[in-house]
Design a protein around this ligand. Structure first.
Ligand code: AR6
Length: 231
């Protein structure tokens, strides 16, 4: 809609010109503002202590692999802070590849308020969860379960009781959830990444051969899950 497009374009959440694609010159390009969009966090790089250089390589590699398979759908890497190191690393590495900046970009904002505060419409959001698929634990998992309300927990339980690392699970969000009505989110995809934090379950003790393999699997499962919704 007009107001939607205006809101997205004028958003002050857009902090760098390369973050949110500008409208191309008139007549040259179709706007993707209402295209199916997956907003996802950098999996495992905060509470799970995964190395940022290695994670950023894997994010760019997996985005490059999937972005053209997804038609007009968009992939958006989100983080809370303008100073996010993972966003800078990914932006720099993505710029060296032939990735369409209308289909993949980074965005600064709270993943639970991308439309209401950032004007960015994302119908699907990814959650970096825990193996129990339970609310809490801090980070993005706590934020998403809390913003979505108890219906997300119920809908998640109906799909699975637990998740193994490297896997993702697609959960349709009930329309009664405030994330659905307020933000336009129709699905949450829970992803469990590799853990390098000794204080958390299943720590890989710095085994980055295993860790990188699992992180690649995690992004593949996430993007496959998104593809299954887009189709
Ligand atoms: N909006 C956007 N990005 C966010 C938000 C938010 N509201 N909150 C955090 N991030 P993390 P992990 C970014 O720690 O490393 C949980 O306790 C954050 O800056 O949430 O995979 C789970 O229960 C970082 O870039 O996930 C698991 O036990 C990214 O999201 C464990 O943490 C992921 O940070 C998973 O750890």
């Amino acid at each position: 809609t007009q107001s939607h497009a205006t809101k997205e374009k004028d958003s002050n959440q857009v902090l760098e010109s390369c973050e949110e694609p500008k409208m191309a010159s008139v007549g040259c390009s179709i706007s993707l503002e209402n295209a199916p969009t997956l907003a996802f966090p950098s999996i495992s790089t905060a509470d799970f202590h995964f190395n940022l250089e290695k994670a950023s390589d894997i994010i760019v590699e997996k985005v490059e692999e999937y972005v053209n398979k997804l038609g007009n759908a968009r992939l958006v890497l989100v983080d809370l802070s303008q100073n996010s190191k993972i966003l800078s690393l990914v932006r720099a590495k993505a710029a060296e590849k032939n990735i369409d900046s209308k289909k993949f970009f980074t965005f600064v904002g709270n993943i639970t308020k991308l439309y209401s505060e950032g004007g960015l419409h994302c119908n699907v959001i990814a959650n970096a969860t825990n193996w129990r698929l339970k609310p809490g634990g801090g980070g993005i998992n706590a934020a998403i379960f809390s913003a979505a309300g108890p219906t997300l927990e119920t809908a998640t339980k109906a799909k699975a009781e637990s998740l193994s690392s490297g896997k993702a699970i697609v959960v349709p969000l009930p329309s009664s959830s405030p994330l659905f009505s307020g933000e336009g989110v129709t699905h949450v995809i829970h992803v469990l990444g590799p853990n390098m934090n000794p204080q958390r379950p299943n720590c890989l003790d710095n085994d980055y051969v295993k860790g990188c393999k699992i992180l690649r699997e995690a992004y593949s499962s996430l993007f496959d899950g998104f593809a299954s919704i887009v189709r």
